[in-house]
Write a protein that binds this ligand. Sequence first.
Ligand code: NAD
Ligand code: LMR
Length: 329
Amino acid sequence: MVKVTVCGAAGGIGQPLSLLLKQSDLITHLSLYDIVNTPGVAADLSHINTKSKVTGHVGAAQLEEAIKDSAVVVIPAGVPRKPGMSRDDLFKINAGIVRDLAVAAAKFAPKAFMCIISNPVNSTVPIVTEVFKQFGVYDPKRIFGVTTLDIVRASTFVSEVTGAEASTLRVPVVGGHSGVTILPLLSQVAGTDKLTKEQLEKVTNRIQFGGDEVVKAKDGAGSATLSMAFAGARFALNVLEASVKGTSNIVECTYVHLDADKEGAKDTKTIIGDNVEYFSVPVELGAAGVQKILPIGQISTYEKELFAAAVPELTGNISKGSAFITEGA
Ligand code: NAD
Ligand code: LMR
């Protein structure tokens, strides 16, 4: 029995993400939770003739049954950006939403792999950590900030300038998930040595601010939903592939607490220092979640400058998320 709960399942991301998860044979029970509309979304998806049973749960009174005993909890709940807003502007509303969902997970599915999509990811992941600590069920190997969309975007944007096939291109993107904290490691990608400095800077900036491109194009109607659903499904299914099926060598860049593999994180810490607790790093997934944090590897002088610019913003975002739970701030 493999139950996956999507919290925020009736939303712009939640619906297509649930559709993609419904296609997987790894899931036996797809549980859809939202504060509105999940009975309809669940009825619709339940007619698809794939393996999983689909249930819909609406409102806080049904959160326990929605989340109970889930192997994976994916959280795309909360408000998206409008033009002119930063992801941090969403903190006021989304921090409380993520906290309440984390409390339910800590009580009713403490062993779940938590996949956090709600923004600002740099801060919402520390919120989940601190809630799990308060309930005595914290395991850093099981809590992930989903940054897969940055990797997906990076592959697309780099392929447009190098001519490589986007679907096979793997561009490592580390750091956090907002503007200058998003750190594409283009120097590690074959073919980028032929790009001019201007081209490199332009594509780096496009990856860092790819979310804004969609927010602007949607013109007040939200942010990335379909590409995020694609990325979120890829990440959640890879977590299941590694943990349930035992497939080895599955690597995703994901935003984790670096305690998830202290030994493996040493390489990253030599670059970012000891004070940064969370970072998106290449992670080998396994039965317990984070199996290994892999080295970030060689980075260029330009990338070192990007790292230096990212750290102050990231540490501020992390403190803000942690303090929301530890100090009620
Ligand atoms: P949306 O408004 O379309 O959907 C959000 C859903 O969350 C709605 O159905 C809403 O009813 C639900 N919701 C609100 N409060 C809830 C609660 N307490 N419990 C359960 N559900 C609740 O928004 P969206 O476009 O789907 O975006 C959702 C979040 O994902 C936003 O914070 C957005 O910034 C973020 N996002 C993150 C990434 C990423 O790369 N990590 C990418 C895109 C969007
Ligand atoms: C994204 O990167 O598309 C998301 O984080 C949504 C946003 O606000 O840009």
